[in-house]
Design a protein around this ligand. Structure first.
Ligand SMILES: [Ca+2]
Ligand SMILES: [Ca+2]
Length: 145
């Protein structure tokens, strides 16, 4: 007997176990682990802004250290990292990736404002979905504290 199986055999086997290919890392709310991680990082940032009463504009200005009107990942790391120890390097990278819509490596003021308000909407949605759905998810929660 050969050691490899065909794709359809593989898919059949996955179906038999109640998983189908890529959906195995997607929770019932339809979010992947990475998206959950990204959102958590964004929500930390939103919480920080709220706590310190930092406006979107203020945050952009203070992050834009070289005043070129856009934020590269190092500027975000420097500023956000100094604002809060809660925001780890990988959080900040996820945040930058979310902010940089056109993936040119920097986040313009327009992208920043657009994505901050998008993050706020996501946060609202998350809250509206209720706390219950958060407790249903037990895997992939690697909060270290
Ligand atoms: Ca800059
Ligand atoms: Ca960009």
């Amino acid at each position: 007997m050969e050691g490899n199986i065909t794709l359809s055999e593989f898919q059949n086997a996955l179906e038999a176990y109640g998983v189908s290919g890529e959906s195995q890392h997607i929770d019932p709310s339809g979010e992947s682990d990475y998206i959950r991680f990204e959102h958590r990082a964004l929500f930390k940032l939103l919480a920080l802004m709220k706590e310190r009463s930092i406006s979107t504009q203020d945050l952009f200005n203070s992050c834009d250290i070289n005043r070129d009107g856009s934020l590269d990942v190092l500027e975000l790391e420097n500023h956000l990292g100094s604002l809060s120890a809660e925001l780890k390097q990988k959080d900040i990278h996820a945040i930058h990736n979310f902010f940089d819509i056109d993936k040119n490596g920097s986040c313009s003021e327009g992208e920043f404002k657009n994505q901050v308000s998008k993050a706020m909407k996501l946060h609202e949605l998350q809250r509206a979905k209720g706390v219950n759905s958060m407790f249903e998810v037990q895997e992939g929660d690697d909060e270290g504290d």
